[in-house]
Design a protein around this ligand. Structure first.
Ligand SMILES: [Zn+2]
Length: 820
């Protein structure tokens, strides 16, 4: 019996490729992949990309807290989480010491395509029949095809899933169409996260679409269920119009290019576009000029300029002078921008100033040129400082990485423009916020967002579907929400994730740490925050998930809150990231102990999210058959990991905005190898157009964003009242009966069973469990249900008014009469 199959992964080379493509003409490829680490700090000697496996979210937290850069490209596998890390040999040893498994090229997890075969049927299954007390429930059974291959994805739960002695196993069988028998037994994988049983699941290739599946647990529970289609095989309504214009973006764009094009669009299309400038300037593409001088270890002095590098800091030199003579005091001379530290000497003429003493003298006697000087890292600075020729301080920002674009990067704070597109920008239409590139190294989200802007303005006059979008929505596009970090990623250090703000105390403020500073903007928000004990944000200023010194400490996150508070019509949001091939919503964070998530969206919103996700992802698929699989869709902490303080939790829970998160790129089926292939942060722009390609990802995910606009436009026009029913309906039953509610569209159903009129305070019909449909009521005695439903746009069934004493009492009613 085999559960998993190890196979060749053929993962795309990383993260670190691609510098030279940036300014190359459209379609050009980089001649040679450039390392991004050439301008990195001194401790980044020869880092390499390795595949790693972690036992779970706890280990992920530990590894990230230790400063490892392993965010994104992460994937849940049955026994934990797989990911990528760019690490040196020394760091590999450190990871292994923490219990991380380093995977060989052929060791990535892949779901088995082969049935277990030969497994004996479990004796209990024939005896089971449908019951509300069933111990096995099927949550999903999804069929999809991609690139000529069929797949079946199944999630099922056993009520004994948490039991560990013995662990309850689950077997899955499928038929091969209506009227065929069950066969091809497979063992499902048990998914446990942060100590909690989640569900069992399987994804496997299948050449024929099954009609039904059957799941059997080792404790004798059985469930059967029908197979649904995951995603539509529809032509994209927009690109299906032969006159439709698309494919505008011709390569990766740095923030200056993105912003100037946004401003140009607003000038060219003033009837439907404008710029909204965000009020909080970023902290800037700028750093203090620094050097570590005087020796190593206890003798080293870390010096930082008072002025930013480009505002004079880079002009400062610091010299440690050994004067002739004996019994000389420590002194500092300043001549223009030249700082000379005259080191003390003892009675026998030897140098006698310690690093701590020199640092103290520099801070107070450098004429204001130096305002931060301290011993190295955690040292007390007890070592005697050695003489040094003049050292020029530098902010290191003029050290361009190989393959970086030409041209000067503007230093200093940036103002972020929001490109607002819509015929009526007065609040009457639902707003949709697309926020790209919170994470600097994620270049495809920015080009995807720019492509959607170009499609909207170029097709407005000629394409009626586009006109419907522009006339009926109010779109806010943040093409890059992290310009300082993005510039650092383009020009200095391609793997930069965070912004450029250095919040570190002296122990981590030396220039060798400069690629480890910054705040993870998608950990800096207020709901489910690491500051409140949620998992997945780090308190370490050098961690790649550093959550910031406090909630909303960063201008970039303050801006997003400002925007949704100023434009209260914003009802939809997509935070666009790369890479991984995932579509997320809430919950996205939990407290690890007990796995306590942020509140789960009620059934109505969960259903609306799923319905919207299927539409959005069907449009992605329409471009080149990329399928984001259902195992990668849902609450992000359910399908990936807890990310404390992410923007989606704040937007949804504080403002009621439907807030998606997207990991574009990656996880694409490669029929040539028969495997799913991962992506990268900066894939070659053209690359392999069928697999990993920045251009292809931009085009397909722009399709998806256009569908999100259509969803918002329809939502804004929705005045159709929902309908709902009890299934089976009211009537006489000879014994106990299981009933549930169904509604015509995602809706919240408020109900009573005590004869009272239902109100907004009445119980809400809920899901059986997360990722499952609505609950089943086991009715054993005569019961009358009163209820009404409310859709996502607020329409109420039959125009009932639950807030007033509506004498019509036109809520829904049904009585289940049970004969005694
Ligand atoms: Zn990201």
């Amino acid at each position: 019996m085999r559960r998993t199959q190890l196979r060749i992964a053929l993962l795309a080379l990383p993260v670190v490729l691609v510098g030279g493509v940036l300014m190359a003409p459209a379609g050009a490829e980089p001649a040679t992949p450039a390392s991004t680490h050439d301008a990195g700090p001194s401790n980044a000697d020869n880092p390499e990309l390795v595949r790693i496996q972690l036992t779970g979210a706890d280990m992920l937290d530990e590894v990230v807290a230790a400063g490892f850069d392993i965010e994104h490209g992460l994937k849940r596998v049955p026994n934990g989480i797989e990911g990528e890390a760019v690490v040196t040999a020394e760091q590999v040893a450190e990871l292994e010491a923490m219990g991380v498994e380093i995977l060989g090229d052929d060791e990535s997890f892949a779901w088995s395509d082969e049935a277990d075969g030969g497994i004996e049927a479990l004796g209990a299954q024939a005896a089971q029949s449908f019951s509300h007390e069933q111990t096995v429930r099927i949550a999903r059974a999804d069929w999809f095809t991609t690139k000529g291959q069929g797949f079946l994805y199944v999630e099922a739960r056993t009520t004994s899933g948490q039991q560990t002695n013995p662990i309850v196993t689950m077997q899955l069988e499928n038929d091969l169409g209506a009227g065929t028998s069950f066969g091809s037994t497979r063992t499902m994988s048990r998914f446990v996260d942060s100590g909690q049983y989640m569900f069992h699941r399987n994804l496997f290739k299948l050449d024929t679409r099954p009609n039904q599946i059957r799941v059997t647990s080792s404790t004798g529970g059985v469930a059967t269920g029908f197979v649904s289609n995951w995603l539509e095989d529809a032509a994209p309504p927009l690109t299906a119009n032969p006159a439709y214009k698309w494919d505008f973006v011709d390569g990766y764009k740095h923030p200056q290019q993105l912003y100037s094009r946004a401003e140009e669009i607003a000038r060219q299309y003033p009837g439907i576009a404008q710029i909204v400038y965000l009020p909080y300037e970023t902290n800037g593409y700028q750093r203090k000029a620094q050097a570590t001088i005087g020796g190593t270890g206890q003798a080293a002095v870390v010096v930082s300029s008072a002025a930013w590098g480009h505002e004079g800091g880079n002009d400062i030199t610091v010299e440690f002078v050994n004067r002739p003579g004996a019994d000389l005091p420590l002194a500092v001379e300043v001549n223009g921008t030249a700082v000379r530290v005259l080191l003390a000497k003892n009675a026998s003429g030897a140098l006698a100033s310690t690093a701590a003493q020199v640092a103290a003298a520099l801070k107070t006697q450098s004429g204001g040129l130096i305002d931060r000087a301290h011993p190295y890292r955690t040292n007390a600075g007890t070592g005697v400082v050695q003489a040094s020729a003049p050292v020029a301080l530098t902010d290191f920002l003029d050290q361009k990485r190989v393959g970086a674009p030409d041209g000067e990067v503007p230093r200093g704070p940036a103002t972020i423009p929001v490109l607002r597109i819509g015929k009526h920008r007065d609040g009457r239409n639902p707003g949709v916020l697309i926020q790209a590139q919170d994470h600097a190294r994620e270049w495809v989200p920015a080009t995807t967002t720019l492509e959607t802007a170009e499609r909207l303005v170029h097709n407005y006059k000629s394409d009626k579907e586009t006109k419907k979008i522009v006339d009926n929505t109010d779109i806010f596009l943040v093409l890059s929400n992290n310009p300082d970090g993005a510039n650092y990623s383009f020009y200095n250090f391609a793997s930069q994730r965070r912004n450029l703000t250095n919040h570190c105390a002296d122990d981590n403020a030396d220039p060798a740490r400069r690629n480890s500073w910054g705040v993870d903007l998608n950990r800096n928000y207020r709901v489910g925050s690491g500051h409140d004990g949620y998992s997945g944000g780090s308190t370490s200023c050098i961690s790649d998930t550093f959550q910031g010194p406090e909630k909303l400490s960063e201008p970039e996150s303050k801006n997003i809150v400002w925007l949704v508070e100023k434009y209260r019509n914003i009802k939809f949001m997509m935070s666009v990231h790369s890479n991984g091939g995932q579509l997320f919503w809430q919950p996205g964070a939990y407290i690890a102990n007990g796995r306590i998530t942020t509140p789960r969206p009620p059934l109505r919103d969960e259903l609306f999210y799923w319905q919207s996700a299927a539409r959005i992802l069907s449009q992605v698929k329409a471009h080149r058959e990329t399928v984001v699989t259902p195992e990668n869709v849902g609450g992000s902490s359910d399908v990936l990991y807890s990310s404390a303080g992410n923007v989606r939790e704040d937007m949804y829970h504080t403002y009621g905005i439907y807030a998606f998160g997207w990991e574009v790129g990656g996880s694409i089926y490669n029929p040539a190898t028969g495997n799913w292939q991962g992506g990268s942060f900066q894939p070659a722009w053209v690359g392999n157009p069928e697999l990993v390609s920045g251009h292809a990802e931009t085009m397909e995910y722009a399709n998806g964003i256009m569908e999100m606009f259509r969803i918002a436009a329809e939502w804004g026009k929705d005045n159709k009242k929902p309908t709902s029913q009890l299934v089976p309906g009211g009537g006489k039953y000879s014994g106990p009966v299981d009933v549930r509610f169904e509604s015509s569209e995602p809706a919240t159903i408020y109900y009573t069973t005590d004869g009272s009129r239902p109100t907004f305070d009445s119980p809400r019909y809920a899901a059986t469990e997360f990722r499952e449909p609505g609950q089943v009521f086991h009715v054993t005695e005569t019961t009358t249900f009163h209820w009404f439903s409310v859709d996502t746009a607020g329409n109420i069934e039959q125009n009932y008014d639950p807030s007033k004493n509506d004498t019509r009492n036109n809520y829904r009613k049904a009585t289940i009469t049970i004969a005694k």
